[in-house]
Design a protein around this ligand. Structure first.
Ligand SMILES: Cc1cc2nc3c(=O)[nH]c(=O)nc-3n(C[C@H](O)[C@H](O)[C@H](O)COP(=O)(O)OP(=O)(O)OC[C@H]3O[C@@H](n4cnc5c(N)ncnc54)[C@H](O)[C@@H]3O)c2cc1C
Length: 419
């Protein structure tokens, strides 16, 4: 069922399913439901469908180049072929049970089922000088370079060590930029463990199989053992190690950004194993990219039972194995459930769309749902990038809390362990 009526000049669309977010999760959910026969409307605030997938461009071991813009195009075409209506350039301002979706242009969508696939956002990381022209979030640098084909600078410094900053450093070098180094942020109330060399070495373990550098592979594999990790940090070269066309510095932090009206230089400090600064050095650059990590976006799921699970990246709704939330007929898929890569987001979207199609009576039996759930598990096993090093623990906590929801213990447990 899909229809459009006008009330007081505002278009109201009625469909079986409304999906918020046209990233890999939202598009995959829409495809699964629509190919089973449901009428589906997808809404996204951006001019093109694809979400964060649009800017992704990296080489994966065994499978070759991952070109997000091409994959987004194929997903959007497949969705359109299945009859999905994709509404771009519209922001969802409100989602209320029923489900009623209010858009920023006055339109609204009514649907029996809703999927919140609103993805992730970047955490800010304030650094002295960060408001100057030439400083940007790492995601902005990725979008400029890979999607708009605009190099954000010629000599670029990156602050923050995580899978995203390492990936984008490589992308910037491939685009011809001189990436002078990847630095830790300096210790502050905002940076917490992000400024800790030991925690960063542990973080790199998530990428150790991908590491093109023997030292990093070695360091990554040692990460589980604190004594060996300390040894690896002691011997970590003060000038960093070469990595993907730049230098990775675990023993240097970026303490400030300077320049006359725009970025012209950074100040870095050599640091000890605890992150305490020593000798300061000035490095000329014309661009600084800040990577503070990602968190799941929950504005539209705020009426669900939410729980903070740091291992998943922040606050997430409680959700079942079939991705249903504590709100009837509201499903979640993708990074809104925790920070993971695009292939996992696609598999989760497919699962949510398949479950909804089954609830609508368009799919009989459990086989399709079981297969979709298995595809999520297998996407996780083969994932090239681990954004959150303790994600498995996070998922176990989330599963546990779902099973215990409604019981008297839940609030206490949330407060003590996860808040
Ligand atoms: C800056 C950044 C860079 C990343 N780079 C990589 C990478 O290189 N490799 C990798 O594997 N993963 C990367 N990721 C992780 C990435 O989020 C996942 O790979 C994947 O894109 C998640 O899919 P998703 O569908 O859950 O969310 P997204 O791809 O984020 O899609 C969500 C969509 O919902 C839209 N949306 C949100 N709220 C609203 C609203 N209220 N109204 C309308 N539209 C809304 C968003 O604009 C977005 O288009 C990156 C994440 C970020 C934030």
């Amino acid at each position: 069922m899909k229809s459009k009526v006008r009330t007081a000049g505002r278009a109201v669309m009625i469909s079986d399913v409304v999906v918020i977010g046209a990233g890999p999760a939202g598009l995959s959910a829409a495809i699964a439901a629509a190919e089973a026969g449901a009428s589906v409307v997808v809404i996204d605030e951006n001019p093109r469908a694809g979400g964060k997938l649009l800017g992704q461009l990296h080489e994966e071991p065994g499978t070759g180049w991952w070109i997000g813009a091409d994959i987004s195009k194929k997903l959007a075409e497949r969705a359109a072929d299945a009859g999905v209506r994709i509404l771009t350039n519209r922001q969802v301002w409100n989602l209320s049970p029923g489900w009623e979706v209010a858009l920023d242009n006055g339109e609204s969508v009514s649907a029996k089922y809703a999927v919140a696939a609103t993805g992730a956002a970047e955490r800010p990381l304030p650094i002295p000088g960060w408001s100057m022209p030439g400083v940007m979030a790492i995601g902005a640098a990725q979008t400029l370079t890979n999607y708009y084909r605009v190099r954000p600078g010629d000599r670029i410094a990156i602050v923050g060590i995580d899978p995203l900053s390492l990936t984008v450093a490589h992308e910037l070098s491939m685009a011809g930029a001189d990436v002078v180094g990847i630095y830790l942020p300096s210790k502050s109330v905002f940076t917490g463990s992000q400024a800790d060399p030991d925690r960063n070495l542990e973080y790199l373990a998530g990428m150790s199989e991908l590491a093109p550098n023997a030292f990093l592979r070695w360091g990554g594999r040692l990460a589980a053992n604190p004594t060996l990790r300390s040894l690896a940090l002691t011997f970590f070269p003060k000038s960093g190690i070469p990595l993907m066309g730049t230098r990775l510095n675990l023993r240097k932090s970026l303490i400030s950004i300077g320049g006359d009206g725009r970025v012209q230089h950074i100040e870095t400090a050599a640091i000890d194993k605890q992150g305490n600064p020593g000798k300061i050095q000035t490095v000329e650059v014309d661009c600084v990219c800040i990577s503070g990590g990602l968190y799941p976006v929950q504005e539209l799921t705020r009426d669900c039972e939410l729980v903070r699970i740091d291992q998943l990246g922040g606050t997430v709704p409680l959700y079942s194995q079939e991705l249903e939330t504590t709100q009837d007929n509201l499903f979640v898929a993708g990074n809104v459930t925790g920070i993971e890569g695009a292939k996992i987001a696609m598999a989760q979207g497919n699962l949510a769309g398949t479950v909804i199609a089954s609830r609508l009576g368009l799919i009989q039996g459990k086989k399709a749902i079981d297969q979709a759930a298995e595809a999520v598990r297998s996407a996780r096993k083969s994932s090239a990038i681990t954004f959150m090093p303790d994600i498995e623990e996070g998922r176990r906590i989330a599963d546990d809390l779902w099973l215990k929801r409604g019981s008297e213990n839940l609030l206490t447990q949330k407060d003590e362990s996860y808040a």
